[in-house]
Design a protein around this ligand. Sequence first.
Ligand code: NAI
Length: 343
Amino acid sequence: MKFAFFDAKPYDKPSFELYGKQNDIKFKYYDTKLNEDTAELAKGCDGVCVFVNDDVSAKVIDRLYELGVKLIALRCSGYNNVDVKHAYGKIHIVRVPAYSPYAVAEHAMAMLLTSIRRIHKAYIRTKDFNFSLSGLTGFDLHGKTVGVVGTGKIGRIFIDICKGFGMNVIAYDKFPAKDSGINYVPLDELYERSDIISFHCPLTEETHHIVDKSSLDKFKKGVILINTSRGALIDAEALLEGIKMRKIGGACLDVYEEEADIFFEDFSGHIVEDDTLARLISMPNVLVTSHQAFLTEEALDNIAETTVHNINEFFANGACTNELCYHCGKIGECKKSRLSKCF
Ligand code: NAI
């Protein structure tokens, strides 16, 4: 089988080569992202393998369908970049629902600690033999209230980590987990009570800009926001305003609303056109990582292993466990039976 592998990075290849060779799957690696112009590269391939910032919109799906592509294999769990409704009945989609929720939850905590204990500042100072402590005062996490939005795989691990620090945890989820012992509160109450808020819900129409200008009035003064989920959960302009008003005390961003053409690439010798991102990065209390939360050895191995497993399962007859379709997840509407594919 042949797969066009879009947005390939050097760290992707070793694990995909290993599992690909073991399973007779040839990956054709392309640095470019999938979009209307590059879809042509999938000609002659059975499927495409894509990541978070590839464009899998209706027009791209139609072109892939014309080219005879049978499977879109997402090598990530989020699928907000895919028009799943449009793909239904045309091309099947599989994803990697979990590869290392620990990687993301641990990164969220790493960003929080770095930010509030000013580790990023201290690192640069001591590299320059500057041992002054001025301006490095942080605060204890112990006893602080953390609000967790989205209590799925990652959110729950983050909750456990926070409990280890002696923090009070409150949470909001559209579908609260029964008998989990999690202290659920309405979103507005979470915004009002939390010293720190961490987002672990998917990007949907409902969660788009779950932080906007109106949220600023609700937040506690000095709140720290952590977003390792998807950039568009937070309206970046509102975030900037909240920081300038001193209402938001810090932001730890692994994702950014307009990251698609910027993150994962080296722009160190270029002028970055995005003024909002440039302004955010210039703030002393904003920490940005480039969609890095997933990037551990364990996660990369799991991503490749599960993707190859998904491809094998799809081309064998019968159900494909990690298939994703327009109806999947909609209670009462999912057509997938245990014995067959979604359509
Ligand atoms: P999950 O599916 O296990 O959990 C998501 C949770 O969000 C569920 O409990 C769900 O009920 C809840 N939710 C759904 N709609 C909601 C709403 N409107 N309001 C509040 N909660 C809502 O997903 P998982 O594995 O925990 O991942 C969470 C997110 O993390 C993914 O959607 C993805 O966007 C992001 N992610 C980021 C990575 C990174 O490298 N930065 C890597 C992997 C995932």
